[in-house]
Design a protein around this ligand. Structure first.
Ligand code: C2E
Ligand code: CA
Ligand code: CA
Ligand code: CA
Length: 285
């Protein structure tokens, strides 16, 4: 605190207070951005996998691929931090293409360990979805990994669909031709009408963690979850509840017909070798 009051007195100390690491987000973002290009070269980006499980049997049905940046000095940088920067500078196209292909290859190893079919879910950013190269990237990932399209789920947000609905319709049609499934990520948090559920070939709704967090206490969240489950049933969509952290939340959703859950309760995002251990471990029930 003495240092702080001195800092207020002297220009030099103030400069320390406003040093790059603690400066405006913009400057921070610029240094992070520079570090990102370096990070790509150094191979600091890795993929973690979070189990998506059957709410009744707790069996792992698939994994969501979540990108991680292991910075040598900053430690783990959150994707909530670096994805928006990559989205702005276009690096997301490179990172996203890599993630899609690597995740598809990884799924083959997961299936060998599990000795049964699984699926892999991959986040597609708005810019990636709108890129001219996107279908090429998708085809390359499918053919290189030897997966069939139906083992792939692509997670997009309502916002991605709404930027250019006509273009989205074309791309989703092409995805459907490849039998890849489309999941609406963070369902219910975007500013869009439900009309797109009729227009586009959607397979999965992922209920955002914001609606799960305060269950079972929150009657409003309960009502929203029930309405989504009802809607999904009538439209033959499957539902994944995101961010399930407690047995009570899991039971609440399961009892109301939610087939799949994803959250810290049933598995945090984990490195591939840890996921393989989870798939091969024996269950004594
Ligand atoms: P998202 O797609 O909604 O991913 C789910 C986020 O919720 C992940 O955060 C996950 O770690 C976290 N999560 C899962 N279960 C729980 C839980 O029980 N409690 C809590 N508190 N959190 C839980 P993460 O990994 O930090 O990723 C944040 C966001 O970054 C993602 O949100 C997604 O929008 C973006 N992202 C991550 N990886 C990629 C990627 O490869 N490509 C793109 N385009 N975006 C990505
Ligand atoms: Ca997601
Ligand atoms: Ca989500
Ligand atoms: Ca989210």
């Amino acid at each position: 605190d003495a240092a702080l009051s001195r800092a207020k007195e002297t220009g030099k100390a103030r400069c320390v207070m406003y040093s790059p690491r603690h400066s405006s987000p913009t400057e921070d973002d610029i240094s992070l951005e520079a570090a990102m290009f370096q990070a790509v070269r150094e191979g600091e980006f890795v993929l973690h996998y979070q189990p998506i499980v059957d709410a009744t049997t707790r069996e792992i049905e698939g994994f969501e691929t979540l990108m991680r940046w292991k910075h040598p000095t900053l430690g783990m940088v959150s994707p909530a931090r670096f994805i928006p920067i990559a989205e702005t500078n276009g690096l997301i196209n490179l990172l996203g293409a890599w993630a899609l292909k690597a995740a598809c290859v990884q799924l083959r190893q997961f299936q060998e360990a599990a000795k049964r079919p699984l699926y892999i879910s991959v986040n597609i950013s708005p810019r990636q979805f709108r890129s001219d190269k996107f279908l090429e990237v998708l085809d390359d990932a499918i053919s290189y990994s030897g997966l069939s399209g139906d083992q792939l789920v692509l997670e997009i947000t309502e916002g991605t669909l709404m930027i250019d609905p006509a273009h989205a319709e074309t791309i989703l049609g092409k995805m459907a031709e490849r039998r890849a499934r489309i999941a609406i990520d963070d369902f219910g948090t975007g500013y869009s009408s439900l009309a797109y559920l009729k227009r586009f070939p959607i397979s999965v709704l992922k209920i955002d963690r914001a609606f799960i967090r305060d269950l079972p206490a929150s009657q409003k969240d309960g009502a929203i979850c029930n309405a989504v489950l009802d809607l999904a049933r009538h439209l033959s969509l499957s539902v994944v509840a995101e961010g399930v952290e407690t047995e009570e939340q899991m039971a609440y959703m399961r009892e109301r017909g939610c087939r799949y859950v994803q959250g810290y309760l049933t598995g945090k995002p984990m490195a591939a070798n840890v996921a393989i251990a989870a798939l091969t471990e024996r269950h004594y029930e």
